[in-house]
Design a protein around this ligand. Structure first.
Ligand code: C5P
Length: 349
């Protein structure tokens, strides 16, 4: 049996009804007015509208992740600096009479190809918003590790929004899509925009951050995943009643380093409040981090809620060398050289 490919299919009615987050009279979607920036129009911009749409969407890392108190809604206030890196998932949307989803690639067998998948929910929510039937065949090709702390699920949701908006010829502005994205998950708005941005609220409120040049990283993937809610739960338990008050000042040094391409300054300023919980859930990651430092990384840190570890280096050559050396140490499943910033979910033509 091919376990790297999952497929699930429904008719129109079930596709929408089965999704818990659909708007209803008691749960309306409120959308801000469209803005002038980057409208996603199908028929309007390209005269030849295709029956197949391909979207590429990047993984993210958090260069600065401070977690505040747990809120009443169960989420935590954050101040974070996101960077989108050139590790991608791809989503292909085909015109169809009904709705179906399949997932291919590494880790596909562990993902639901049904209404529990965030990309499915994204397509459904967009269809409801636009008043069109949710009819499409979505295929997700995973390049971003599953449950790796790189927001792969959020990336797929953002890709589904962009792909279906194009396929269904919905004239949705970027800010309309961002409003839908924010309802789907904290990291989905950033997966849409990409680049580099400061995230506040629960991570969904973005303001763009200036960068100069590229930043080179090595990612070390683990042979297991960490569920994000679990990492937050452990953090709450570790902290008891004491959570830090967040302010934007804490991210200033990182933002300054990004603006001036000052890699040593960036290395000294990396911070992730979810690293401690990730290490308590996966103590072996300590060995991975130490190996990277010993092999010359300027900084080593867990990415988001883990278990992927990230290593900052000062050049593409340095990254290739470190990736090979780390792989040879046997302290992770696989390594990957990446750089950022790169744009968020985009049509591939
Ligand atoms: O927003 P998203 O669905 O990606 O979040 C997954 C889980 O991570 C949430 O259910 C919550 O447990 C935790 N989370 C949080 N605070 C945030 C973001 C995520 O507690 N700001």
């Amino acid at each position: 049996m091919d376990t790297s490919r999952r497929r699930h299919r429904v008719d129109h009615g079930r596709a929408t009804d089965a999704v818990g987050r659909n708007p209803s009279p008691g749960n309306p979607i409120s959308l801000p007015a469209g803005d002038a920036e980057g409208e996603i129009r199908g028929a309007g911009r390209w005269p030849l509208v295709s029956d197949m749409v391909r979207v590429r969407v990047p993984a993210k890392v958090n260069l600065h992740l401070r977690v505040g108190a747990r809120r009443r809604d169960g989420f935590h206030d954050l101040v974070t600096v996101y960077l989108a890196v050139d590790l991608f998932d791809e989503l292909i949307a085909l015109a169809a009479d009904d709705f179906a989803m399949s997932i291919e690639g590494e880790g596909a067998g562990s993902l639901p190809a049904d209404p529990n998948n965030l990309a499915w929910q994204a397509a459904s929510l967009l269809a409801t918003h636009a008043g069109v039937p949710p009819a499409a065949r979505l295929t997700i090709r995973k390049g971003i590790p599953v449950a790796g702390g790189l927001a792969g699920g959020s990336a797929d949701a953002a890709a589904a929004l962009v792909a279906c908006a194009e396929l269904w010829r919905i004239g949705a502005s970027r800010s309309e899509l961002a409003a839908i994205a924010a309802q789907l998950g904290s990291d989905v708005p950033f997966a849409l925009t990409g680049g580099c941005a400061v995230g506040t609220g629960r991570g969904e409120l973005l303001s763009p951050a200036m960068t100069s040049g590229e930043f080179h990283l090595v990612l070390a993937f683990a042979d297991h995943g960490i569920a994000t809610p679990e990492a937050y739960r452990i953090l709450d338990r570790m902290r008891g009643d004491i959570a830090p008050t967040l302010d934007l000042n804490g991210s200033r040094v990182v933002l300054d380093a990004l603006r001036h391409n000052d890699v040593p300054q960036l290395a000294a300023a990396l911070v992730n409040d979810l690293q401690r919980p990730a290490l308590s859930l996966s103590p072996g990651l300590q060995r991975t981090l130490s190996a990277g430092r010993e092999l010359g990384a300027l900084a080593a840190m867990v990415s988001g809620s883990g278990p992927t570890c990230l290593f900052l280096v000062d050049s593409a050559t340095g990254a290739t060398r470190l990736a090979a050396a780390l792989a040879a140490e046997g302290v992770c499943r696989r390594t990957r050289v990446v750089k950022g910033p790169v744009p968020g979910a985009r049509l591939v033509r």
